[in-house]
Design a protein around this ligand. Structure first.
Ligand code: ZN
Length: 368
C-alpha cells in the first residue's frame, strides 16, 4: 500500500496583493499583516505536523516537474498564459478577481499544476495506490481565461486533460468538497460526458452566482454536473448523508476510471471563510468512503488535490486525518477541536432541513 504525497517548498513562496482578508486594502480598510486568508501556513503546518508525528514515513514523499505549456494550453488560452507570464516576470499583479500573485507567480502556479498532474498520472500508471497533491495556489475556481478566488491555473482540469490525452483514462470523476463551489472545474467540463463534476458546497458563499442544483451540464454533458448546495451550519451528519445519498450513487452510475477529489478543508467549523461545522472526522470519513468507492469502481484509483482551507490551526489536523485514511497509517494526530466541534453540531431543526433538501435533490438527480 503506497500513498504518494506531492509537494514543493516553492509553492509556499507564492504571494502577492495587498489585502485584509478578502478586502483590498485602501480607504477605510487597514492593512492586515496576514493579508489574504490563502497563506502558506495552512499547508506548511500540515507538512510540519506530518514530520512531528512520523506520518511522512508512511507516505511516499514526492516532488514533480512543473506542468508544461502544452499541458496548460489544453485548458487555458495562449493569450491568458502570455499575459500571466509577462505580469509575473514584471514583479506580479492581478489579472482577475482576488487572485493576486508576486514575482515568479507563473512558475509557481505551473509547479502547483504539475503536482496535481503527477499525483493523477502516478495513480493512473499504478506507481502509487492513491495520492495527495499539496497544491498551492489552488485551482478549482479558475476559469480558462479568468483567474479568481485565489486560483490562477485550473490544476485538476490540467491534470485530467493531460491524462485523457495520454490515453491513461477515458472517464474521470471529480468530487469537490471544498466549501466553495467548484465553478472553474464545472465550467471547463460543463458540456463533456467524459468528466463527471460534483460539488458539495455552502450555498451562496463563493462565487455568489453559481453552484445551483439545477445546473446539470449541457449538450453531451447534460447530467454530468452535480451541484449540492448545503445550508450554512451543515455539520458532520449532513455532509455524510449528502455523500451517501447523492455523491455515492452518482459515482456508481458514472463508473469512472479514476476519482479525483478537490480537497478543501474550509468546511471546518473554525474556517474564517465559511459557516459550516465539519471536523477532522468528517474529512476522514469522506476520504474513507471515497477510497471504498474507488476500490469498488476503478481499482482504487484515487487522487486528492488540495484546494482551500483557511484555519491555520485546524487545516493541518484535517489534512493529517485525510492522509491517515488514505494510507492506513495509525491515528497519531487526533483533532484537538473534536470535543468543541462535536458539541456544536446542529440540532433536530437543522437536521430536518438538510434531510428535506437531500430528499429533494434525490428527486432532482434521480438517485433515490
Ligand atoms: Zn474554498
Amino acid at each position: 500500500m503506497t500513498t504518494g504525497f506531492y509537494w514543493d517548498e516553492r509553492c509556499f513562496w507564492h504571494g502577492g496583493g495587498n489585502y485584509a482578508m478578502t478586502l483590498p486594502v485602501g480607504g477605510l480598510v487597514q492593512p492586515l499583516p496576514g493579508g489574504l486568508p490563502e497563506t502558506p501556513e495552512t499547508k506548511r503546518r500540515l507538512v510540519n505536523l506530518m514530520r512531528v508525528t512520523g506520518l511522512e514515513r508512511h507516505l511516499s514523499m514526492r516532488g514533480a516537474e512543473p506542468a508544461t505549456e502544452e499541458d496548460l494550453l489544453r485548458v487555458h488560452p495562449g493569450s491568458y498564459l502570455r499575459e500571466f507570464r509577462e505580469v509575473s516576470a514584471q514583479g506580479g499583479g492581478e489579472l482577475g478577481l482576488r487572485a493576486p500573485f508576486g514575482p515568479g507567480g507563473y512558475e509557481i502556479a505551473a509547479l502547483s499544476a504539475g503536482l496535481a498532474r503527477a499525483a493523477v498520472f502516478d495513480v493512473l500508471r499504478g506507481q502509487v495506490n492513491n495520492a495527495y497533491a499539496l497544491c498551492r495556489p489552488p485551482g478549482h475556481h479558475c476559469l480558462p481565461e479568468y483567474p479568481n478566488g485565489f486560483c490562477l491555473l485550473a490544476n485538476i482540469a490540467i491534470a485530467i486533460e493531460a491524462a485523457l490525452d495520454e490515453g491513461l483514462a477515458e472517464r474521470i470523476a471529480v468530487l469537490d468538497w471544498d466549501v466553495h463551489h467548484g465553478n472553474g472545474t464545472e465550467a471547463i467540463f460543463y458540456d463533456r460526458a467524459d468528466v463527471l463534476t460534483i460539488s458539495l458546497h455552502q450555498e451562496h458563499n463563493y462565487p455568489l452566482d453559481s453552484g445551483e442544483a439545477a445546473d446539470r451540464g449541457a449538450g453531451a454533458g447534460l447530467g454530468a454536473n452535480m451541484n449540492i448546495p448545503l445550508p450554512p451550519g451543515t455539520g458532520h451528519r449532513g455532509y455524510l448523508a449528502a455523500f451517501e445519498r447523492l455523491v455515492a450513487p452518482a459515482l456508481k452510475g458514472f463508473r469512472p476510471d479514476a476519482i479525483i477529489v478537490a480537497c478543501g478543508f474550509d468546511a471546518s467549523a473554525v474556517d474564517p471563510l465559511s459557516r459550516m461545522l465539519a471536523g477532522a472526522q468528517t474529512f476522514r470519513e469522506m476520504t474513507a468512503h471515497s477510497r471504498a468507492l474507488a476500490e469498488d469502481l476503478c481499482g482504487g484509483r484515487l487522487a486528492l488535490v488540495h484546494e482551500g482551507g483557511y484555519s491555520e490551526v485546524h487545516v493541518p489536523f484535517c489534512g493529517h486525518a485525510v492522509l491517515e485514511a488514505l494510507s492506513d497509517a495509525p491515528v497519531t494526530a487526533p483533532d484537538p477541536l473534536a470535543e468543541t466541534i462535536n458539541a456544536r453540531q446542529p440540532g433536530p431543526c437543522h437536521d430536518r432541513m438538510v434531510e428535506n433538501l437531500i430528499s429533494d435533490l434525490e428527486d432532482l438527480f434521480g438517485s433515490a
